[in-house]
Design a protein around this ligand. Structure first.
Ligand SMILES: Cc1cc2nc3c(=O)[nH]c(=O)nc-3n(C[C@H](O)[C@H](O)[C@H](O)COP(=O)(O)O)c2cc1C
Length: 141
């Protein structure tokens, strides 16, 4: 059974809903899933997972959240095994998903195996929630 972490930052709940649906998708294929706020996990715990989904809104001028998520990402890039499978998810207000394009590229450059990503404008639609479930399944396969 795969052990999967869904680790996110959310203020108003848009990213949190995506996290829940990614978790649902992964669990539907039998994965052991932990859903955690980034404030609830230490970077070195990343090694207990076979795959992780990482989520953030676009904040602070079209970047991932800078107080908690940015330092977490900066540390796990040194701790995670090479080619660790990941999915990135998030929500934006006005950057049209540019923060996600930048984030995907950064994680690829750091030798993560980016299996997929989703960026939604504010609250996700029903269709986008279905895609989030599919991303969860991708990690669990
Ligand atoms: C303080 C603050 C800063 C934000 N900065 C940006 C930004 O730079 N670019 C952008 O596209 N959206 C920005 N947003 C919009 C959020 O990314 C968007 O509302 C998102 O859905 C919030 O996710 P959440 O509900 O999980 O907290 C900002 C929102 C807040 C509250």
């Amino acid at each position: 059974m795969k052990k999967i972490g869904v680790i996110y930052w959310s203020n108003m709940g848009n990213v949190e809903v995506l996290a829940d649906h990614i978790s649902t998708g992964a669990k539907s294929l039998g994965a052991d899933v932990e859903v955690k706020l980034v404030s609830e996990i230490k970077p070195n715990e990343i090694t207990k997972y076979d795959a992780v989904a990482l989520g953030s809104p676009s904040m602070d001028n079209n970047k991932i959240e800078q107080q908690e998520m940015e330092p977490f990402i900066n540390e796990i890039r040194l701790l995670a095994p090479n080619n660790m499978p990941i999915v990135l998810f998030g929500s934006y207000g006005w950057d049209d998903g540019k923060f996600m394009v930048d984030w995907v590229q950064r994680m690829k450059d750091e030798k993560f195996d980016v299996k997929g990503s989703i960026a939604v404008k504010e609250a996700p639609t029903a269709k986008q929630l279905e895609k989030a479930e599919e991303l969860g399944k991708l990690l669990a396969e």
